[in-house]
Structures are given as structure tokens and as C-alpha cells.
Ligand binder design. Structure first.
Ligand code: HEM
Length: 407
């Protein structure tokens, strides 16, 4: 069996033995044909080509060339000053990069300002939940998305997960800002920079022996992978709010969807893969996200790091046991067990019994809180997440990596 690499096993749709035990890495689902129709996408039409075979035709060759030409340090330095959507690009960028970015930073013709205004209302009302949801529903879910976990672990940022988490959280923060896509906002800048980072990762990871040994593919971050991760964000947030019986007015949930459709477009996802409605998003998620979730050795280690997110802060309510219990509560026993998160004797039962009523009180569906102390702690958890993002986000700059994680 020595010449049978994990990738070959996975490609064959089988089960591989990882360092920490046996892991079924989502291959059976990825062997299925792509069925989701572009009729359900934002433009309602498209070639329908399998997104597992599409990456980023514009950004990938450009960034590969920047890396090969040795231009990345200069580009990163120049782009550090580019922060606001309306700001002109800095002077001195290579001409091919400038041309690409001028085009990539433009909002598509289907941008709807009324929907973006509704997204602001959504984010204002649900802002308190969003920190914990992006962090512990979406963030933890990313550790059981096998291709993403492996890519993140072996890329440069995998060596410093705290920094990486803060940079990723910046996108969650920017997309929820009042001015996300306006001149004085930062979401366009963050998305275009992230598009460049992903293109660099596609060039660099195939040079990593560690990644090559662990990954079930030759080039990471396909259009399919990006939609999987996209569903771990807005689709998972909406599913969880629905589970919590949080009623979101239709215009606001459409606005939230629209802000993420624009985010997807700016990240380089082709419009033909971006769902037009929540129904379409749910149907695509059922096809691309739900069946591929699985543990990997890399994802287990990433999750372990995420559980220490609150350590070193004054935020005592963001302790490891509470964050573990939150993960189990939000993602369920199956995923928590995959990630080897122990059942927490105090917090798990408390969340199971008291979170629902707590949310109902917050949503003013119930008149009086029966156990105020627990509710105070829950409120504190939500607040501390918001503060955590605020404090970690200040000096963050998303930069094009030039190497992989050396481990
Ligand atoms: C980098 C967001 C999809 C793997 C980043 C960054 C952000 C981000 C904000 C910059 C953070 C940093 O510089 O560390 C997103 C969003 C996605 C998405 C919103 C989809 C909607 C994916 C997918 C994969 C992936 C599908 C892999 C399968 C990576 C890697 C990095 C990265 C490896 C680079 C980290 C480094 O510098 O080493 N992503 N991402 N991303 N992303 Fe994504």
C-alpha cells in the first residue's frame, strides 16, 4: 500500500487512514455529477459547467505571474495603503494587476441599493448574534469542510491561526458594516484582496509536499469549493436563526442574501453559481455542503486552535469549555464528536434548555426571563464575541502570501 497516497485513495472514492484515525474525506459525494442548474442563479443562465473544474481564470494566471516575477513584496506594501472602497488604487502597481483590480472592484450591474439598505437593517437587528454565528457556526464548520481544512492548514496562515482568524473575521465584519459596499466602506477592498490571496494559494499549495500528500485534488479552491464555504457562512447563519425561531422579515433576509451575493461576485465566484434566492441557496447547499462535511486530522487541529480563541483575553465567558459547548449546541453532536470536543457537563445542558427561551426573550416573544443569571451570561457571550472581533480587527491587512506553511 505504500505507493497509494491519500489523494489516490480519495480520488477513488474510498476511505483513508489519517494520523489520528480513520477519516472518510467526503470523496463519495464529490464523485457525483454536478446537478444544480444555472437557471437558479443570479443571472438565471450560464454554461452549467461543473464548478469543480473551474477556478479563477482571470486572477490565477495574473497572481502566478506576480509571484514568479518577484513583484509580490512591492505589491503588498503598496496595497497596505488601499483600505476604502472609493479610494483610488495606489500608484506604482504593475499595469496588469492595476487593470485587473480596476475591473474586479466594480460592483455588478445587478447591485440593488434597496436590498443593501435592507441588509443594513438585518445586520443592525441581528448583529449581536452574527459574531457568535460567524465564529462558531461558520468558523467551526470550516474545520469539517475537508478541502478547506487541508488548504488552510498547509498554507502560510496555518502557521499562525490566531492571525488568520482575525483576517478572515475582517470580511465578516466588513460585510456587516453600514457602509459595506459604499465609498467609505471596506468590503470591496477586502474581497478583491482575498481574491488575490486565493489565486496565490492556488499557485503555492501545489508546491507543498504536505498539502500534496493530504489533498484530494491537484489545484485548491475551485468554484465549487468557494460555494461550499459560502454556504458555511450566510446559508448556515440563516439555517441556525431559523432553528432558533428568530423571525426575519423577508426584505431583510433578502437584503442579507444580496450582500453575500455581491461578496461572492467580488471574490471571483462566477454569477452562474451564485444562488438567486434562499430556496435556491438551500437546494444548492443540500447538494454541495451537507454531504461533504467530514473530519480530517488537519481540521481537528484547527478546531482545537479555534477553541482557544478567547484565551489571553479578559473575556472569561469565552472559555474553552463554553466555546466547546457552543460548538456542540450549534453544529450538533455528530460534528462535535468528529472534532473530539467533549460534552460539557454544565454548559451543554444549559444551552440545550435555556438558549431557546433566551432567544425568545431577546426577540420579545416571551414576557419575563425565568433564570436571569443564565440569560446575563448568554448575553455576555454574544457581547464578548462582538468585542473580540472589534479588538482583533484594528490593524489588519490582508496580504498575498509568498510561501506555504513550512510544517
Ligand atoms: C484566505 C475568505 C473560500 C482557503 C482568505 C481570506 C479571507 C477568506 C478573508 C484572507 C485571510 C488571510 O489573509 O489569512 C473566504 C471566503 C470564502 C473563501 C469568504 C468563500 C466564500 C475559501 C476556500 C478555501 C479557502 C473554498 C479552500 C478550499 C483559503 C486559504 C487562505 C484564504 C488557504 C490563505 C491563508 C494564508 O494566507 O495562508 N479566505 N475564503 N478559502 N482562504 Fe479563503
Amino acid at each position: 500500500m505504500e505507493n497509494v497516497s491519500r489523494r489516490n485513495v480519495l480520488k477513488a472514492g474510498g476511505v483513508a487512514l489519517g494520523a489520528a484515525g480513520a477519516f472518510a474525506l467526503g470523496a463519495p459525494a464529490s464523485a457525483q455529477p454536478w446537478r444544480w442548474s444555472p437557471a437558479g442563479s443570479v443571472p438565471g443562465t450560464g454554461s452549467g459547467v461543473d464548478p469543480r473544474l473551474v477556478w479563477d481564470t482571470e486572477a490565477d494566471p495574473l497572481v502566478a505571474s506576480l509571484l514568479d516575477r518577484g513583484d509580490v513584496p512591492k505589491v503588498n506594501e503598496l496595497l497596505r495603503t488601499w483600505k476604502k472602497n472609493g479610494q483610488p488604487l495606489p500608484d506604482g502597481l504593475p499595469a496588469d494587476l492595476r487593470d485587473f483590480m480596476e475591473h474586479a472592484r466594480r460592483l455588478p450591474a445587478w447591485t440593488d441599493q434597496d436590498k443593501l439598505a435592507a441588509a443594513v437593517r438585518y445586520n443592525e437587528k441581528r448583529g449581536l448574534y452574527l459574531g457568535v454565528l460567524y465564529g462558531f457556526a461558520s468558523g467551526m464548520m470550516s474545520t469539517v469542510i475537508p478541502r478547506e481544512a487541508v488548504a488552510v492548514y498547509y498554507s502560510k496562515g496555518g502557521a499562525n491561526m490566531k492571525g488568520r482568524i482575525s483576517r478572515t473575521a475582517k470580511l465578516g465584519y466588513d460585510i456587516g458594516s453600514r457602509n459595506a459596499y459604499r465609498h467609505d466602506g471596506e468590503m470591496i477592498v477586502t474581497s478583491v484582496k482575498t481574491r488575490l490571496v486565493h489565486a496565490a494559494v492556488r499557485h503555492l499549495l501545489p508546491q507543498s509536499p504536505h498539502w500534496n500528500n493530504a489533498a484530494p485534488e491537484n489545484t485548491p479552491i475551485s468554484q465549487h469549493d468557494m460555494m461550499v464555504t459560502w454556504h458555511s457562512l450566510p446559508t448556515t447563519v440563516m439555517r441556525t436563526l431559523r432553528d432558533w425561531n428568530v423571525r426575519v422579515p423577508a426584505d431583510e433576509s433578502d437584503g442579507f442574501l444580496h450582500s453575500w451575493q455581491l461578496g461572492a461576485h467580488l471574490l471571483g465566484i462566477e454569477d452562474q453559481y451564485i444562488p438567486a434566492t434562499w430556496d435556491q441557496a438551500d437546494s444548492q447547499a443540500a447538494e454541495v455542503l451537507d454531504p461533504i462535511l467530514a473530519p480530517t486530522p488537519e481540521g481537528i487541529k484547527l478546531a482545537d486552535t479555534l477553541l482557544d480563541l478567547g484565551s489571553g483575553l479578559d473575556a472569561t465567558v469565552l472559555s474553552r469549555p463554553i466555546l466547546g459547548a457552543l460548538t456542540r449546541f450549534m453544529l450538533g453532536d455528530r460534528i462535535a464528536d468528529w472534532l473530539r470536543i467533549p460534552r460539557e457537563p454544565v454548559w451543554s445542558p444549559l444551552l440545550d434548555t435555556a438558549w431557546g427561551p433566551f432567544v425568545a426573550v431577546r426577540e420579545t416573544l416571551l414576557p419575563l426571563p425565568p433564570t436571569p443569571q443564565v440569560y446575563w451570561t448568554f448575553d455576555e457571550i454574544l457581547r464578548q464575541f462582538v468585542l473580540l472581533y472589534m479588538s482583533e480587527l484594528r490593524p489588519i491587512s490582508i496580504e498575498i502570501p509568498q510561501h506555504n506553511n513550512p510544517r
